[in-house]
Design a binder for this molecule. Structure first.
Ligand SMILES: [Fe+2]
Length: 269
C-alpha cells in the first residue's frame, strides 16, 4: 500500500501571504509532484494546520487546490484550524458521533485511525471529551492486527523546548491507551515544522517539516526561528505491518547522471 503524508499547509485567504510565503503555491507544487510521481497512491492524509487562521476563504481555496490532486485525500485538523469552518468547507469528511474530525480507513494492510487533537483557540492539543475513548474503541474493534495512527500533535515530546507549551496535554492517558495495544505500527504526525522521527512506547513515529514554513530545530532555547526551506512530503510504503518511509523535498532538481546511462547505453568493455 502506498500512502502520501502531507502536513501543515497553513493556507491563507486568496491574495494574502504568510510571512513572505505563498502557501497555496507551495501546495500546488507538491500536488504537481505527487500527481507526476505518486498518483498510484491509495490515499493522501493531511495531518492538520490545513489553514493558518481557520478562515472560510482559506478553506475554500484549499478545496480548489485539492481538486487537482489525483489521489483520494483525508483531512485532519490542527491547532491553526477552525473545526466549524472546516466542516462547512468539507462536509463529506468523516466525523465521529461527537462531531470531532475522527474516522478510520480500513484497508488490506490494516486500519488507519485519524485523530482530532484540536483544542479550539489554543496551540496545545488534547484527546479529551471522549476522543481518547473513541480511539480505544476503534483499536478494540480492529479486525486486523495492524493499526496506523494519524494526529496533528505528536503524541510524545520531540525534545524542542519551543513546543512544550504546545504539546499534547493528556499524554499520560494517551500513553496508557497505546501501551494497552499491540496493534499500532506507526504514528504519523505534524505540528512541529521540522523533520523528526523516532519511537515512543516501542511505536515508531514520524513528522516532516511540512509544506509551508519551517522552524530551525533548536534543542535548547524556547525561541523559534521560522525559515523558508523546501516543502516536503512523505511517501509511506506499508506491507505486512512494516512501514517504509521516503521523504521528498521540493528543492531544485536536475538530473546530472544515472544508470543505465541515458539516452545512449554504452556497451560494457
Ligand atoms: Fe503548523
Amino acid at each position: 500500500m502506498k500512502l502520501i503524508h502531507l502536513t501543515d499547509l497553513h493556507i491563507v485567504a486568496p491574495g494574502e501571504a504568510l510571512f513572505t510565503l505563498d502557501p497555496a503555491e507551495r501546495l500546488r507544487r507538491v500536488i504537481e509532484r505527487i500527481n507526476l510521481d505518486h498518483s498510484d497512491a491509495e490515499l493522501c492524509v493531511i495531518t492538520g494546520d490545513l489553514t493558518d487562521k481557520g478562515l472560510p476563504a482559506a478553506y475554500g481555496l484549499l478545496r480548489e487546490l485539492l481538486q487537482e490532486l489525483r489521489v483520494p485525500y483525508r483531512l485532519l485538523v490542527g491547532n491553526h484550524d477552525d473545526r466549524q469552518n472546516f466542516v462547512q468547507a468539507f462536509p463529506e469528511q468523516d466525523r465521529d458521533e461527537r462531531g470531532f474530525i475522527q474516522s478510520v480507513y480500513d484497508c488490506a494492510e490494516g486500519r488507519l485511525i485519524f485523530l482530532d487533537t484540536l483544542v479550539q483557540s489554543h496551540g496545545y492539543g488534547a484527546l479529551t471529551d471522549g476522543r481518547l475513548e473513541w480511539l480505544s474503541a476503534r483499536l478494540a474493534e480492529t479486525p486486523q492486527p495492524a493499526a496506523f495512527l494519524f494526529a496533528h500533535h505528536p503524541l510524545q515530546s520531540i525534545g524542542m523546548p519551543h513546543f512544550e507549551p504546545y504539546d499534547l496535554l493528556d499524554r499520560v492517558a494517551v500513553a496508557n491507551v497505546l501501551a494497552a495495544s499491540s496493534q499500532i505500527r506507526h504514528i504519523f504526525c505534524g505540528h512541529v515544522h521540522v523533520d523528526v522521527s523516532g519511537s515512543w512506547l516501542d511505536v515508531p513515529f514520524s513528522a516532516s517539516r511540512g509544506v509551508a514554513h519551517q522552524i530551525v530545530p533548536d534543542l535548547v532555547s524556547r525561541d523559534a526561528v521560522f525559515i523558508k526551506d523546501a516543502p516536503a512530503f512523505d511517501v509511506a510504503l506499508i506491507q505486512n505491518g512494516n512501514v517504509l518511509l521516503h521523504r521528498f523535498r521540493l528543492g531544485e532538481r536536475e538530473i546530472i547522471g544515472g544508470w543505465p546511462k541515458n539516452p545512449v547505453l554504452e556497451p560494457v568493455q
